[in-house]
Design a protein around this ligand. Structure first.
Ligand code: ADP
Ligand code: MG
Length: 347
């Protein structure tokens, strides 16, 4: 069925950029969000402010849309499944069950024969003592992490306080001696056709993405392998829409999957200006079952994430040709919060 109205769950910068991509395709958007100030309300045709557990509001949302997608993966799967009974939700809710849970996600990737960091599932403090080979490592909450939230670096057993009381499950991951981080963004259509954006090189500071660029300065073999694995993952998940695979490259040139993001991704913001069709537009095209259009790169690019009060300086700056400043219009400035980004096109 032709999609006139796309429902989007979540109202941050990713939701905003999805709304703008939909508008370009003449598709209306209804955004539902539990953030009263979510910036996507400035771009959506309709905005519903509500807790996701509010049945009445979810019903109103369902009535108003033809299809549904989401900008973040931490929505309870049960809510997505309820919506999916009435209006198709893409990517499919079951995918989220895997991807929002680090243990299931890594198991899924490892079972495809794809390497990840070495890791162990941690339920109680004593479990850490059984994995001395993983030191120095990072303890990550098994679910609900983003931008480094819920992560603790443990350099040695001394950092493990025996009176810690775990109220949630964790995984403990060996710290990789990173040479580089890259990501591969792929859009998969209902027809099974895929478009793979070339690998993007990323720099994180304090576990938050700060810089991205294309082309990634990596050898061809790693680049091909990263693209191949991303396609394998998308095909196996029967994924519909845009997703991202984040990778680590260690000092020995091993390519390791860090995590899968079942959504458009911050590292792909540069696709807005560097490609004829961005990751956002391809996502909307895929979930709304529009035709796949040939996607190609127009320019190389770099992207800088603007965090916290850095935004103030950018708001008064003038930009040169080939520089594109995005202000997400977030009302509250918080330390390390993603407030905007700048993309610079390169020859
Ligand atoms: P989030 O879900 O918050 O994005 P990630 O697991 O992707 O969490 O971690 C964020 C960043 O922290 C990574 O991109 C990387 O820079 C750093 N990091 C996370 N895990 C490791 C690891 N095992 N070894 C080295 N660096 C890591
Ligand atoms: Mg990450």
């Amino acid at each position: 069925m032709f999609t006139n109205t796309l429902g989007i769950i979540g109202s941050g910068q990713l939701g905003s950029l999805l709304c703008q991509a939909a508008k370009k395709l003449k598709i209306k958007t209804v955004v539902i969000s539990d953030d009263e100030y979510g910036p996507a309300q400035n771009y959506a045709d309709k905005f519903i402010y509500s807790k996701y557990e509010n049945n009445e509001k979810i019903k109103e949302f369902i009535r108003k849309v033809d299809k549904v997608t989401y900008e973040f993966e931490n929505i309870p799967v049960e809510i997505l499944k309820e919506i999916d009974k009435q209006k198709k939700v893409y990517p499919k809710p079951d995918i989220n069950k895997i991807v929002q849970n680090r243990k299931l996600e890594k198991t899924f990737v490892n079972e495809l024969g794809i390497e990840t960091t070495k890791w162990a599932f941690i339920k109680k403090i004593e479990d850490i003592n059984k994995h001395l080979n993983l030191f120095p490592g990072i303890l990550k909450s098994n679910t609900l992490g983003y931008d480094g939230h819920g992560q603790f670096i443990l350099n040695s057993l001394k950092d493990v306080k025996q009176d810690w009381c775990f109220t949630t499950d964790y995984i403990f991951e060996k710290k990789v001696n990173l040479k580089k981080e890259i990501s591969v963004i792929i859009t998969r259509f209902i027809s099974g056709e895929t478009f793979i954006y070339e690998p993007i090189e990323n720099v994180h500071i304090d576990q938050i993405l700060k810089y991205s660029k294309i082309p990634a300065n990596i050898d061809k073999k790693i680049s091909k392998k990263a693209e191949y694995n991303a396609k394998l993952i998308a095909d196996k998940l029967d994924y519909i829409g845009t997703m991202c695979v984040e990778y680590f490259i260690d000092q020995e040139n091993n390519l390791l999957v860090n995590e899968i993001a079942p959504r458009v991704h911050n590292s792909g913001h540069l696709t807005i200006n560097a490609f004829n069709i961005s990751q956002f537009e391809n996502h909307v095209r895929a979930v709304c079952d529009l035709k796949f259009e040939k996607t190609q790169k127009n320019a190389n690019a770099e992207m800088i994430n603007i965090l916290g009060n850095e935004i103030e300086e950018y708001r008064s700056k003038t930009f040169k040709e080939g520089e594109f400043f995005f202000d997400y219009g977030k009302k509250i400035i918080k330390d390390k919060r993603k407030m905007g980004h700048l993309t610079i096109l390169k020859k």
